[in-house]
Design a protein around this ligand. Sequence first.
Ligand code: HEM
Length: 487
Amino acid sequence: LRLTRRHVSPFPLLPGPRPLPFFGNALQLDTKRPWLTYTAWGKTYGKIFRSRIFGIDMIFINSETIAQELLEKRSANYSTRPVLRTNELAGISFNTVMLPYGETLRRHRRMFHQVLRAEVSISYHEIYSRHANELVIHLLGATRDSLQHHTEAYSGSLIMTVTYGHLANQGSLSSRAHETLDIITHILSPEKAVMFTAFPFLEKLPFWCFGGAFALMGRCRELCQQLLNEPFNEAKAQIADGTASRSLVADFFSQAHDDTDEDIMKAIALSGYMAGMETTASILQAFLLAMMLHPDIQSRARADIDQVVGHDSMPCLDDRASLPYLDAILLEVLRWHPPAPLGAAHETSNDDVYDGYFIPKGAMVMVNQWALSRDEDIFPDASRFDPSRHLTVDGKLKSTIVNHFAFGHGRRICPGRWFAGNGLWSATAAILAVLRIDHAKDSNGDRIEVKPEFTTGIVTHPEPFHFSFEVVNTTREAHIRAMMNSK
Ligand code: HEM
């Protein structure tokens, strides 16, 4: 029997599924940090509830168990994405993250699987080490305002190297990618996206309406075209003159293809960069903040590294299995502040019933990662930063990074999670092996206190904070400087 809205009964004793608890009072929404509101609503309305914004159903899931049941076990029904008019207006509907389920998405994901799956990701160990060493040296000169830049340069250049090979003009590309992501963060909130999709006439309004959002969308379209074409064409030219290094784009050109394939390849290459650069950098910044706030945890992780690799060698991915505490720290950073607190919206392809509740076709489904991270039944004293919650009593990891809810669920789970895990591990291990992060001191020599604050947006990261770095192992520092100079 196909369910329709007519079969939904608000009375529990009558046959048929019940409507989900409904909350739609948009006036109570914290528009800057909606995940906090949705988490609070979950406490009143249960771990799955419905809201309706501009006539579009939005389902919020505040539980890992329900996310797994629906997005993973029933993935056939929960794997498409809402097709949002704002994505087209901003020129970002090429991006894998935005694609509805179908053949194009499957091609994207196959390609990502080829270059980012577990066995292949680990084969980039030299690339991770080289970039991690560079990051350590750059951090020594970092200021409160340049930390974000250095961490993004690390994650961005790692991804670029794997997708396009070595490009001459990476700095200009990453600053334009940064501008694009900033625009997306500021103008494409789910609420705005739903509003433009529900009321198409809004886009006919004069360009100065909506605080310049239309002008920003135009700029975003222009930037995306540059970013789709420039690095791809440079990599193509390198292949033609025989100077290209191994990369996703180089692999693509070694196989038979036509012009349509080239467009898809451009989209895949840029999607990986856009999806992975800011998220990975956000975790690195949160890691540094957490280490500064918890010097005991920082010291314990460094002592583990010294013990496992020997006092003067640099840690490498081969040592990872012997250093579970560092993985526990990364799991805790992902939990403490998941970089995408509302994940990415999924959409239902058909009506469904969960636990007696009706879930309509075409509803936007959001997994509220913030609520998952603050679930006291799973993470007691959830606001406390405590890596040991991810370890068994005999010090083994309870779970792995790639299974963390911060990477999403089901068929749309992040295909870059192995790459991100290796990149994060390599950077954090290198940082701890050489540097100590501490509070900065003011001109009177007094320590500058830091209250952890995070930005808003689709991807959030710590607000700039004062810190100081000190070299704790000069032999290792000299070793990585020598390696960088011999390049
Ligand atoms: C710590 C770093 C990262 C985090 C926390 C993260 C998180 C996520 C999340 C939450 C999603 C949406 C999953 C869902 O809809 O259920 C996603 C999708 C995606 N991520 Fe990541 N990601 C990270 C790094 C990366 C990296 C390094 C890459 C590529 C190099 C990448 C590529 C992608 C792509 C292409 C998608 C879209 C998948 C799809 O829609 O089918 N991500 N990521």
